[in-house]
Design a protein around this ligand. Structure first.
Ligand code: SF4
Ligand code: SF4
Length: 370
């Protein structure tokens, strides 16, 4: 990256008026997981708004520290909940990131992610074929596995397939590629993720899918909120928890204390809070316990928004605080996103709390009576 330069910042410029409504009150400090981690003002929402404004007005030149700070955001949206000016911080951060990438200012880890998706259609750069033993065929219901469940947490995909089979759902897998969330979060070029959107929608259309089920919070948010801005989505989009909440689930008794971590992209971004709780409460003899910070106020796991790729240590520290908050209250921490499962487990390597961290699909399938 050149040592000092001013950039065009066309996307950020469109949000300048909104940036000017930041009163610098600092309410965002109380919730930002990145600020909590390093306690430095440029890491909090208002610091990023100032940086984005400075880039847009050509008052701040880009250097490595500016790029690093703008990538210290998990896109968790918690600051927006606290912001009295209703500033769309995530949109501002993502616009500034897209401007940086457009100008060729990108962190090496994110450059690698973009290259991986271009070459292999997944952010991990995996070339393996993962066979879940199901043919891709015409069906009304599709299961979109997502890259993290496919390549990093396959037990989530396996248990989802198993539980849908036990529930006698006529479903198919899809010839899917990455949903594009990572690319969009880190500011990759629009054409790169729109290409993926088109490929996924075309693959679903060919199979006649009327409803697509997801186990990843990032994927489902993409299809629900972002895809319709770029492509026609001619099928219903549902997270597995929404599907399961409507079923009469017969599960074995499980006399343990269970808590639930709300993934930011499922909770604050899509407002899905009640369904996972309803599913957990269907488990006989289980005691559901809420974390102190739950639903709209849930703390982030720390992995999203490209933070895990760019700064895995920070992602781990943030996750460790979330896991610690469950100590003493629960035997098992359930969530509904493979990326959260992965990051929370990473966090627990630091604090070593005696708690199981599990995806809800795995737990339900283990208990479901066929
Ligand atoms: S809460 Fe909103 S208005 Fe207050 S400092 Fe943060 S971004 Fe600015
Ligand atoms: S979206 Fe989350 S990580 Fe990003 S600035 Fe707001 S609170 Fe911090």
């Amino acid at each position: 990256m050149p040592r000092k330069k001013y950039i065009k910042a066309e996307r950020s410029r469109k949000l300048e008026k909104e940036m000017l409504t930041c009163t610098l009150c600092g309410f965002c400090k109380s919730v930002c997981p990145c600020f909590e981690d390093d306690q430095w003002d440029p890491s909090v929402a208002r610091g990023k708004v100032i940086l984005a404004y400075g880039l847009s007005r050509k008052e701040i030149p880009v250097d490595e520290s500016v790029v690093e700070r703008l990538y210290q955001c998990t896109t968790c949206k918690d600051c927006e909940r606290r912001c009295p000016s209703n500033i769309r911080v995530v949109d501002i951060v993502e616009a500034a990131r897209a401007d940086l990438v457009e100008a060729g200012c990108i962190l090496p880890a994110h450059k690698k992610v973009i290259e991986n998706v271009r070459k292999t259609k997944n952010p991990y750069g995996e070339t393996r074929v993962v066979d879940f033993g199901l043919p891709v065929r015409k069906a009304d219901i599709g299961y979109f596995v997502g890259c993290t469940a496919r390549y990093r947490q396959p037990e989530i995909a396996e248990h989802t397939i198993s539980l849908l089979t036990k529930l006698k759902v006529d479903f198919t897998l899809v010839n899917e590629v990455c949903c594009g969330t990572t690319l969009q979060r880190i500011g990759a070029k629009e054409k790169d993720y729109v290409r993926l959107m088109k490929a996924n929608v075309d693959a679903a259309k060919k199979l006649g899918i009327k409803k697509m089920i997801f186990t990843c919070a990032g994927c489902v948010r993409m299809f629900k909120e972002q895809y319709p801005k770029y492509v026609d989505v001619p099928f219903e989009v549902e997270h597995l928890v929404q599907f399961l909440a409507k079923q009469d689930l017969k599960m074995r008794p499980f006399p343990k204390r269970i808590t639930y971590h709300d993934p930011c992209h499922l909770g604050r971004h899509l407002g899905i809070y009640d369904e996972p709780r309803k599913v957990i409460q269907m488990i006989p003899e289980a005691k559901f316990v809420e974390l102190a910070e739950n639903k709209e106020a849930a703390r982030c796991c720390g992995g999203g928004g490209g933070v895990r790729a760019a700064d895995p240590k920070a992602a781990q520290r943030i996750a460790s605080r979330r896991v610690k908050s469950a100590s003493d209250i629960a035997d098992i921490m359930v969530t509904a996103c493979p990326f959260c499962v992965s990051n929370l487990r990473l966090g627990n390597e630091l604090v070593k709390i005696d708690i199981e961290i599990k995806d809800i699909a795995v737990l339900v399938d283990e208990l479901l009576v066929a």
